[in-house]
Design a protein around this ligand. Structure first.
Ligand SMILES: [Zn+2]
Length: 215
């Protein structure tokens, strides 16, 4: 069960198609684990459909209207179920698989920071960077802050950040006001999805050493 959810303003942007691919991928990944946010999305989609229907016909592109109504019929967001995968078994949520291209075990893991390994995911455009990050049990990501927004979704294991525990499926967004040093929980490796719209800003001695690897 997830405890840290997608903020409602972000879910609204997701529902209206206003999010770009990177943040949308973070939201869909969380939705793979979270029935509460799926239900909230269903309510937003229904409201959107009702609003479209209630507008004067001339005000709405008829194709958009029929597409939206068809989507509501097809998907019935309220009936959709989360499809959690246990990444600890080597299986990624379906929404992530195509972006990695190969299986989790065969991914190319490269150095991101001491003990931290990263596998890049493919996105359609250059506006965001998406990666899988592995942090061994009890190890931390070096202290850093952000030039933009950093979205994190836990795929397996968990981490502690600023006194909060994040576990499988949990969603976290950190902006330039946040300086942090997330630490993987002691009992298992932490595997996360990370989406960035600008490089992170490492801090301290280790941060300066690894800065070239984070670009
Ligand atoms: Zn949620």
């Amino acid at each position: 069960m997830t405890h840290h959810h997608v903020p409602s303003s972000l879910l609204f942007d997701y529902a209206t198609g206003a999010l770009s691919e990177g943040p949308a991928l973070a939201v869909s990944t969380h939705l793979s684990y979270c029935g509460d946010c799926l239900a909230a999305l269903g309510r937003l989609e229904e409201i959107g459909g009702v609003v479209l229907q209630s507008l004067a016909p001339a005000a709405v592109d008829s194709e958009l209207l029929s597409r939206t109504l068809a989507r509501l019929d097809e998907q019935g967001a309220n009936e959709r179920k989360p499809e959690p995968e246990d990444a600890a078994n080597g299986t990624l949520p379906p929404v992530l698989r195509a972006h990695l291209g190969i299986g989790l075990k065969d991914a190319r893991w490269r150095f991101a920071a001491p003990h931290v390994r990263e596998a890049r995911l493919t996105l359609g455009g250059p506006s965001h960077r998406a990666s899988l990050l592995r942090v061994p049990a009890g190890r931390n990501v070096p202290r850093h802050t952000h030039r933009g927004v950093e979205y994190t979704v836990v795929l397996s294991g968990g981490f502690i950040d600023r006194g909060q525990a994040y576990r499988k499926g949990d969603f976290c967004a950190a902006d330039p006001s946040v300086e942090h040093r997330p630490v993987a929980m002691d009992d298992a490796e932490c595997l996360c999805l990370i989406v960035l719209d600008a490089p992170v800003l490492p801090m301290g001695r280790i941060g300066r050493l690894i800065a070239p690897f984070l670009r």
